[in-house]
Ligand binder design. Sequence first.
Ligand SMILES: [Zn+2]
Length: 341
Amino acid sequence: MAEGIGLLRVDTPFLVGPVNVWLIEDDPLTLVDTGANTGTTLLQLRSLLAERGHGLADVGRIVVTHQHLDHMGLAGPLAAISGAEVVGFTGMDAYLADGPASALREERFDRDLMRHHGTSEDTVLGWWAARPDTRGFASEAPDVRTVADGDVLEFAGRTLHVHHRPGHSPSDLVLHDRERGTLLVGDHLLDGHPPVPVIHPPLPGAAPLGLPDPASPAAIAGERSVTARGSALLDLRASLRRTRGLGAAVALTGHGDVVPDIVANVDRRLAEHDAAAERLLAELVARGPGSAGELRLRVAPNGRSHPFFGLCDVLGTLDQLVDEGAATTTTDDGPPRYAAR
Ligand SMILES: [Zn+2]
């Protein structure tokens, strides 16, 4: 694995399965991500730490790679037990101060987005009824230290450079150990299932939806056309290219195996996006325009992911087609409809 970094893999109550918590055995003793806020997770972390000669109270720093419950849910209880500082991207102080309220806000946003894009009401309500109340898997972490792109986290024996990598979520961070060629990436890179470009409401203090953020990587790279909302996929693609350029060797991921070849992984993801765009364009040409909700059913009728994540995938692909000039969108009455140009 990586020098001085151990893997503590804990279960989650979610479809995604276990999550990787990374333990940096340095001063301060640091957890990168936490797992969800469940008693099982806490007990698993306690015994995995004990196997390495540490107690929960020894943890001095907790870095949250992004705002998803399986990565940050237990931050509050862990900080309360250990007195550790919690570190996250700009806006995560307000977000984590009342994690349950933030989780509820996300759920409402997700449902609104599904309805807005033509998802039937039985799908919207049926899938949420089948979900546990996510608020309970979040927690309250009152004192979060925020970091931004270009900041550094100092340890006695290493320096981690902080990079903002929006796309999978607006708060995604990767931590770069230049000396060892190691990246801690959360869900920005994954070896298995491609990271979903999850659409979120803006972080506390960030620009409201509808106004493209001129500081986003996609805007800086000139890759984002001005659309009615930000594009998680276009942000993700710009972020992936920036990560590709870091020259790091190994990525320690938020789920599953490590990514042993970052350049190959990024190239595979970008190619997958291009292939999805080609397939969806062919569908629009062959069977005509549709809303994103309809198109999700047309291209993946038996999709096994939550329909919200399926919708995010389709919207991302549609953003790419619009951005490349291959498709157009109209918003008269009802849900926005997409057509081949
Ligand atoms: Zn995630």
